[in-house]
Design a protein. Structure first.
Ligand SMILES: Nc1ncnc2c1ncn2[C@@H]1O[C@H](COP(=O)(O)OP(=O)(O)OP(=O)(O)O)[C@@H](O)[C@H]1O
Ligand SMILES: Nc1ncnc2c1ncn2[C@@H]1O[C@H](COP(=O)(O)OP(=O)(O)OP(=O)(O)O)[C@@H](O)[C@H]1O
Ligand SMILES: [Mg+2]
Ligand SMILES: [Mg+2]
Lengths: 238, 251, 316, 381, 295
């Protein structure tokens, strides 16, 4: 595990989380270096989403430590966490039906300077421009996913948490999302990605952490993924 | 209408406040086949699905089931005809045990569902069949477990068992593999293959390897209209489809 | 359940002996409300529909059977049946309107519909407006047993109450009850399995209204009067209170709740507005702290100690 | 009979009527017991009280329990006709006395009379007759009624209308408003459109208050129409304030400031009730209780029939009623007062609200016994 | 009751105007109810009691501190709103993760308590609150005498309703509110302090109820039951308008006031019932309410 270090955007150590009485995370340890794309891989129910939610402060009951740019997040409410420069794109997308597509994009407040403008976003997702006036939930599954990603690009957050951004998307769109993630990395964003699809993950990420039953059981840099395919397949039960 | 089709739609259209989600779709399902509906996001697959199962009312067009027009029926009637659907997000009765989930589906055939004066014991005749169905989807050991405590993949399996309980002629599956791990996918694919023997299946699925593996026939939707139809081989070689949907990386 | 095997005979014996210890009119009142609360709980606890207008069936049935007994001279059993049937019809119509929506909407719609009944009762000549129908004869049961005597009236009420309770218990466990549970858990899925869910909900609603009507009709006979109190929305609120206090979705919870609330009303009657404050306080405390209600909390405690699976149809 | 004489005060302790009877009535009854000496026939006198919340079933429940379990001998006060009817029936069946002070309906001593039930302070007939006749005499000969749409309102309207027509006036119309009613503006507008000289308020409590208040707002009185409150208690005037209530003509069974005797008693009561002044209902409770105790003394027993007999024999003579008498049908006949609410500038001290216009002799005020519909009297005939 | 032919058009206009004035109260009350329902998903049964509190606070301010109507118009909503905020913080907040019905039950209980306390303190027959001197008197409109004060009520409620609507539909704050209505967790994860927003919205909604109470004080008697009489009608208004629809609640409020006014002319016996009848009819034709979105 990397030591505490200013080049690290996010350090998670001994993170525990509970839903009610069920203990989901049992001491997660991992770190995300600045400017990198890092994935959490793991089977269904391994606790990937829960990790994201714990970082964002959406899971109330959590213990251990989460440091973002050196600042402790455990104990802060999620709005304060967001203000520090973290943005979260949830697995279930969370599009607002009472707002139209454009209003959805404009909703999250800018927390830091340097976010994308509406034009830039429309450039990335022309489909969203076409459907701009329609009600948020009237989008198809894939459109909604695009909207969910587009929405957090405006905020200027430096760490993006993307939870299965390719789930339920057409292959073509998956490719596009890959391009977008690489583009974002190029702009200096740090990205924590949750994926089931490690083939896709391999095309964008710098390193991978493998999650199993609420703990990180292994990690490997992207360039070793070829050699470790067998091991990964075992972890993911492919 | 072709009498060899079990489900047929004619000029099916759906508008949402001026936006056409489905335009003039003529679907033809041959009995005993697995028919896949694919297409980019927003192509109108789920909408088509909802139209056929009457969870949405078509703006225009007609729907036939075994030659009989069903455009005017309501969702419950559709189910009684033998067309049963699953949902894009898993749909089980969380507070009931796995066994009870399946039993609820079986119990309609007894015709006693309004009998509030009959004891619960009267339902026990169904337990044998319910256990069979649970075994079939690999949930044999989970019969007494509340559905809420099942892991996601097993919930989907339970949902399929419940659907099969109605012994439907036509199964409509909306993204049955969404959110599933590989091992689960393998199991469900095998299951679908098994149950497809004497049934017709219409499914929406993005996982192309599953589609390739399972489907006999594919309809590609794009912008609400049919872009191409044919076997996986035919469709995946169609340049329009590759451009609009599959992308260059695949094929 | 061993508890039931011992518990039920004990309860029955207690119920039979009670009028010799406790004032029978009080017991009868409590039993009427207990049946009312059980009927209400059928809807809330097992279908998940909160009706805030159950007073309409309770109170209107009271008027109908009071009128039948006093003006038409029907015997108590016929008056009771007539009241029940009227409530059932009313429940059918109102239910048909209300089940179009669920949750809070349902609550508000039932409330508003019951207000219509209330104002109708204020206006209609046969109810005698504010005065109510007074001096209703209790009559002779089946023409044989004189019910003027509080003791025989009590056993009659007890019998009707037990019958009502049995009907409810059976309905909950029946094939019908299973479908209701499924609908409560996931309605679209139940539809996709071929159930016309509205019909089941309507059926449950009607059943609940009918039993509420039985309770109201019985109360009219016990007190020999039918008045606006029983159709007022406060009565709807009270039945919610009883059920909540006792335990939503438990079999005996509403009974316990009813006895407690009736006791509060009776024994604190001289405290004036304090009764309202106490009732409000119970609501607040139940909602904030004891959401399972008294019986529900006891069952939960039991369950934890023996860590058995949770009681079916429990708290949700 | 059981070694104690128990008096139960049953009224509205928390609802619409709680200000005009409520705890004040209980206090009045207690004063009567104290003034009587706390004992009758050597037995102690006890007072219990309960709130019937204006619900007939609660009233009935309390009455039943009081009589069956607590051995109460007499039930006093009883506002709300529905409760009166229920309790009077129970008392009759179980042979106990009931003394109605706040209840208003005439039927209590007519169609629904009881040999052991007594109606003390006023009734709708007396109210309607007093105000109706007086206003017509003063030139208010065309009437329009705002009537609370329930038995009490209808009853009050009917008796007033009869009085009005008998004295040569005409009724131009009436409108029935829901009960209770917050907004009278549209009914007032209709009353205004009728051009009747007098607008009769056949309602009570909060409804009367609201109607009077809103009439002031719409300038009804300034425009020349007059209001007649048919059932108004002094507590209503108090909460309306003289500015709004001024000029209102009312009939009342008692006014605290009528003479030295009434003042003396009222001040005693007032001292125990935070400076409020008693309504006619509260004063009536005292008078009725006192009379009951005297009758028990005279009968030498608290058995209801014997006491009822003595109550009818003994005349009523106290600060509340001079030469009042209890009729065969249970009606206590005494003089009523026709009063007008003072202008704010004429009011010299707290609760100085009424100017007495006329004393209406009891025989004129109450429905004559010759017109009785009381079943047991009709049988006797 | 069949005098409709006999009713001159002037009287009709008069009645319609009165209906509109009543509608103004319905509108302000149902607006607050709809706002609270929108964000908290709570049917605020205490709304009636809070309306009553508004009137009582104004009355207390006048009688014990000599604070006049105009100040009370601002102070009472603030005081009662603050009380609402307290309730939200201490109680309602604990229920958000539960079925929304619990919110209904809690507020019902609170309403009973508040009403009971005021009954104990001030009795039932109520206190009167004078019309502020500037607004006494009225205009003769030819067809009716319009008390100045009632005109003022309509004016204030129109301004308040319009202002609220603008804020919600046209401002950023409004879009937070609308989004928060659907998925508060996510909105908070975007960096918005949702709990505070909820608290303030509740406070504001309660403040609106109190404002209506102050407006009502000079017209109606200030009494403990004044809210209970009103609240169920307002519920019906909200159902007819379509729950959660801000526009719907306001427009329906005024419309139903009008309708009620007309009923009082043609068939007064039905004036209490008419709104509920309308509700039943609307439910038959449009279950989501006139302005509501189908679920
Ligand atoms: N709200 C909740 N209440 C209780 N348990 C939950 C809740 N959400 C998730 N869980 C449980 O927590 C565990 C981890 O879930 P999580 O969603 O983090 O998994 P995941 O790795 O993201 O899986 P997936 O690939 O399916 O998204 C699972 O066992 C799940 O059942
Ligand atoms: N209720 C609705 N109102 C308005 N537009 C809708 C509605 N439902 C769907 N749409 C639109 O119809 C189009 C087709 O949607 P549909 O859900 O059928 O797509 P899909 O093919 O299932 O996509 P996905 O694979 O992403 O789930 C989309 O553009 C969507 O925005
Ligand atoms: Mg996940
Ligand atoms: Mg879809």
């Amino acid at each position: 595990m990397p030591e505490s270090n200013p080049a690290l955007q996010l350090e998670v150590s001994d993170l525990h989380a509970h839903y009610g009485e069920s203990h989901i995370l049992h001491g997660m340890n991992f770190a995300v270096p600045k400017g990198e794309v890092v994935t959490l891989l793991g089977r269904n129910g391994a606790g990937k989403t829960t990790t994201m939610k714990a970082i964002m402060g959406i899971v109330q009951k959590r213990g251990g430590s989460i440091r973002f740019e050196g600042q402790e997040l455990v104990g802060l409410p999620s709005n304060r966490i967001a203000r520090l420069g973290l943005a979260y794109c949830p697995e279930e997308r969370g599009i607002f039906s009472s707002l139209n597509v454009t209003e959805n994009i404009l909703l999250p407040p800018a927390v830091k300077p340097g976010g994308m403008s509406l034009e830039e976003i429309h450039g990335l997702f022309p489909r969203l421009k076409e459907r701009g006036g329609s009600q948020g939930t009237k989008l198809s599954g894939g459109e909604a996913q695009m909207l969910a990603i587009a929405r957090i690009l405006r905020t200027g957050a430096s760490l993006l948490l993307l939870d299965e951004p390719t789930e339920g998307l057409a292959p073509l769109i998956v490719q596009q999302i890959g391009d977008i993630i690489r583009g974002l990395k190029g702009r200096g964003y740090t990205i924590l990605l949750v994926e089931q699809n490690f083939r896709f993950a391999a095309t964008v990420a710098d390193r991978h952490f493998v999650v199993e039953n609420g703990v990180v059981v292994d990690w490997l840099p992207n360039d070793q993924i070829e050699q470790s395919t067998e091991k990964l397949k075992r972890y993911l039960g492919v | 209408m072709g009498s060899d089709c079990i489900i047929e739609t004619q000029n099916l259209c759906k508008d949402f406040k001026g936006f056409s989600a489905v335009v003039d779709v003529d679907l033809r399902l041959k009995p005993g086949t697995i028919h896949a509906l694919i297409g980019p996001n927003g192509a109108g697959k789920t909408t088509c699905f909802n139209l056929i199962t009457k969870f949405l009312v078509p703006t225009k067009g007609r729907i036939f089931f075994k030659g009989r027009e069903i455009t005017k029926l309501d969702p419950a009637q559709i189910a009684r005809l033998g067309m049963v659907r699953s949902f894009q997000i898993s749909a089980v009765f969380l507070g009931l045990t796995a066994l009870e989930n399946v039993r609820v589906a079986l119990q309609r055939q007894l015709g006693t569902s309004f009998h509030f004066w009959r004891p619960e014991k009267s339902l026990e005749v169904l337990h044998e069949r319910a256990h069979e169905l649970l075994e079939a989807v690999g949930l044999g050991d989970y019969a007494q477990v509340p559905a809420s405590e099942l892991p996601y993949g097993r919930k989907r399996a339970l949902e399929i068992a419940t659907t099969l309980a109605l012994d439907p002629e036509v199964l409509l599956l909306d993204e049955p593999m969404a959110g599933m791990g590989r091992e689960d996918i393998g199991r469900i694919v095998a299951l679908i293959k098994r149950v497809a023997k004497d049934r017709t299946i219409l499914m929406v699925e993005h996982n192309l390897s599953v589609v390739a593996d399972l489907s006999d026939y594919i309809t590609v939707l794009h912008n609400g209209a049919i872009l191409a139809e044919g076997t996986y081989q035919e469709v995946s070689n169609n340049s329009q489809v590759v451009e609009a949907y599959m992308g260059t990386g695949h094929a | 359940m061993r508890l039931q095997k011992i518990g039920i005979p004990i309860l029955l014996a207690l119920a039979l002996a009670a009028p010799f210890v406790v004032y029978p009119v009080f017991l009868m009142k409590a039993l009427c409300f207990a049946l009312f609360a059980c009927a209400f709980n059928l809807l809330l606890g097992y279908v998940g529909l909160l009706s805030f207008g159950h007073a309409a069936y309770f109170g209107f049935a009271a008027y109908v059977s009071a009128h039948a007994a006093k003006v038409w001279g029907l015997g108590p059993e016929l008056a009771l049946v007539l009241g029940t049937l009227t409530a059932m019809g009313l429940g059918l119509v109102f239910g048909w309107l209300a089940i179009r929506r669920s949750g809070i909407y349902f609550a508000m719609i039932t409330l508003a519909l019951s207000q219509m009944v209330f104002f109708f009762c204020v206006q209609a000549p046969f109810t005698h407006g504010e005065d109510g129908i007074q001096a209703v004869p209790r009559g002779r049961l089946l023409g044989l047993i004189d019910l003027t005597d509080n003791l025989s009236m009590y056993y009659f009420v007890l019998a009707v109450f037990i019958l009502g309770l049995l009907i409810i218990r059976r309905a909950v466990g029946s094939p019908f009850g299973q479908v209701l549970k499924a609908i409560r858990e996931n309605e679209p899925r139940a539809t996709s399995l071929g159930y016309k869910t509205d019909r089941y909900k309507l059926m449950a609603f009607t059943l609940s209204a009918a039993l509420a009507g039985t309770a109201g009709a019985m109360k009219a006979l016990v007190f020999q009067l039918a008045s606006l109190t029983d159709v007022h929305w406060h009565a709807s609120g009270e039945v919610v209170l009883m059920t909540l206090l006792g335990g939503v979705g438990t079999v005996f919870g509403p009974v316990v709740g009813a006895f407690l609330v009736v006791a509060i009303q009776n024994y604190l009657a001289q405290m004036g507005a304090w009764v309202t404050i106490i009732q409000g306080g119970i609501f607040v405390i139940c909602v904030l702290i004891f959401r399972r209600g008294m019986v529900g909390e006891v069952l939960e405690f039991w369950r934890r100690r023996n860590s058995e699976p949770p009681p079916s149809g429990g708290h949700h | 009979s059981d070694g104690v004489v128990k008096i139960g005060v049953l009224n509205d302790m928390s609802g619409v009527y709680s200000d005009l009877c409520g705890p004040g009535s209980v206090e009045a009854v207690k004063m009567a017991v104290e003034d009587f000496g706390g004992k009758v026939l050597g037995k102690p006198i006890e007072v219990v009280s309960a709130d019937h919340q204006n619900k007939a079933d609660i009233g009935a429940n309390v009455a039943n329990k009081w009589i069956d379990v607590d051995k109460v001998d007499v039930i006093v006060d009883l506002p709300n006709t529905a409760v009166c009817l229920a309790v009077q029936k129970i008392c009759q069946d179980k042979n106990r006395i009931n003394l109605i002070s706040t209840g208003a309906s005439v039927i209590l001593t007519n169609k629904n009379c009881s040999p052991t039930g007594f109606h003390w302070t006023y009734d709708n007939y007396a109210l309607g007759k007093g105000t109706g006749t007086a206003m017509v005499k003063e030139g208010g000969d065309t009437w329009f009624f705002l009537t609370a749409d329930y038995a009490f309102g209808h009853d009050l309207e009917k008796s007033t209308a009869e009085a009005v027509t008998k004295s040569g006036g005409t009724v131009k119309g009436s409108v029935r408003h829901p009960f209770p009613c917050n907004d009278f503006s549209s009914f007032l507008l209709q009353a205004q459109a009728s051009k009747a000289k007098v607008i009769g308020l056949a309602n009570a409590g909060g409804d009367t208050i609201n109607a009077v208040k809103q009439a002031a707002e719409f300038g009804i009185v300034q425009a020349g129409q007059r209001l007649a409150g048919l059932l108004v208690f002094i507590s209503d005037i108090h909460s309306l304030g003289l500015k709004t209530a001024q000029g209102l003509v009312v009939t009342t069974g008692f006014y605290w400031d009528q003479n030295d005797e009434t003042r003396a008693w009222s001040k005693k009561w007032s001292a125990r009730m935070n400076g409020r002044m008693p309504t006619m209902a509260q004063a009536g409770c005292y008078s009725a209780t006192m009379h009951y105790l005297k009758a028990v003394q005279a009968a030498g027993s608290d058995e209801a029939k014997a006491v009822a007999k003595k109550m009818r024999e003994i005349p009523v003579n106290d600060f509340f009623a001079k030469n009042g008498k209890v009729r065969e049908d249970g009606r206590m006949v005494h003089d009523m007062l026709l009063a007008q609410v003072k202008k704010p500038e004429d009011s010299k001290y707290a609760w100085d609200y009424y100017k007495i216009l006329r004393v209406i002799p009891g025989d004129e005020a109450y429905k004559p016994i010759s017109e009785t519909e009381c079943p047991y009297l009709l049988e006797k005939k | 009751m069949f005098e409709l032919i006999g009713i001159p058009p002037q009287a009709l206009f008069g009645q319609m105007l009165l209906g509109l004035i009543n509608g103004a109260f319905y509108a302000v009350l149902s607006l607050g109810l709809a706002l609270i329902f929108g964000l908290l998903n709570v049917i605020n049964f205490t709304h009636g009691a809070q309306y009553m509190l508004g009137a009582y606070v104004a009355w207390l301010l006048l009688n014990f501190l000599g604070i006049n109507y105009w100040l009370a118009l601002v102070l009472a909503p603030v005081v009662v709103g603050a009380f609402g905020i307290l309730l939200e913080r201490l109680m309602l907040r604990k229920l958000y993760h539960l079925d929304h019905l619990y919110g209904l039950l809690l507020t019902f209980g609170l309403a009973l308590i508040i009403e009971g306390v005021f009954r104990n303190l001030y009795g039932i027959s109520g206190q009167s609150y004078p019309v502020p001197p500037v607004l006494t008197g009225g205009y003769n409109l030819g067809f009716m005498f319009l008390p100045l004060y009632r005109g003022w009520v309509v004016f204030v409620s129109l301004v308040v309703c319009l202002g609220t609507w603008l804020v919600i539909e046209k401002t950023k704050l409004g879009s937070y509110l609308r989004a928060g209505t659907e998925n508060p967790t996510l909105v908070q994860a975007f960096g918005i302090n949702v709990p505070r927003m909820i608290t303030l919205t509740y406070g504001f909604g309660v403040g609106l109820a109190a404002l209506a109470g102050v407006l009502a004080a000079p017209i109606y008697q200030v009494k403990p039951t004044m809210g209970a009489d009103m609240i169920i009608v307002v519920f019906a208004v909200v159902v007819i308008g379509g729950m959660g629809s801000i526009m719907g609640s306001v427009v329906t409020g005024f419309m139903l006031g009008l309708l009620e006014g007309l009923t009082k002319v043609f068939y007064p016996e039905a004036s209490n019932t008419v709104i509920f009848v309308v509700m039943a009819v609307v439910l038959l034709i449009k279950p989501a309410g006139l302005f509501g979105k189908a679920s």
